[in-house]
Design a binder for this molecule. Structure first.
Ligand SMILES: [Zn+2]
Length: 153
């Protein structure tokens, strides 16, 4: 059975890690010096190859991809994920100490108040329109407030 190089590494410990993972799955693999082509036991500045038997290539690939997936998950690079969002900063003074305004809490307090008043005044339709108007106002109102300078946006 011919041996096939399935992956190359810069460091022998990486190749050994991959070999251990393959052997745990019952796939026999050997680590070779990339240039000398000899069985390697120490470190190799030239890089190392991991070889498996030809019939094991697909299975070995699956194991290595799984390994790479786990390693990739631990090392999230900005390019494969959504771009990193900087924390909201104040557009006026640049402070990071900004707070999202609890607009809807204020809205529900106002809405309840308007509903109560309009019910008592038997003007529920007017009350309804006032609540709608307040909702529109809340939607367009500033969402952020700077704790440093008081700027809102
Ligand atoms: Zn500010």
């Amino acid at each position: 059975m011919a041996l096939v190089t399935i992956i190359t590494f810069n460091h022998v410990h990486e190749a050994e890690l991959a070999r251990t993972a393959l052997e745990a799955e019952g796939i026999e693999a050997i680590v070779l010096d990339r240039f000398a082509g000899e069985r390697l036991f120490g470190n190799s500045p030239g890089g190392v190859r991991l070889q498996v038997e030809e019939r094991d290539v697909d299975a070995a690939d699956a194991v290595l991809n799984r390994m790479a997936g786990v390693a990739g998950a631990e090392e999230v690079t900005p390019s494969d994920e959504a771009p990193w969002q900087p924390p909201q900063t104040c557009p006026s003074c640049g402070a990071l100490d900004v707070a999202r305004r609890q607009k809807w809490v204020a809205f529900f307090i106002v809405a309840a108040f308007v509903a109560a008043i309009s019910y008592m005044q038997e003007a529920t339709l007017l009350g309804f329109f006032i609540v709608v108007a307040v909702a529109v106002f809340v939607l367009v109102a500033a969402s952020w407030r700077c704790r440093a300078c008081g700027h809102t946006w």
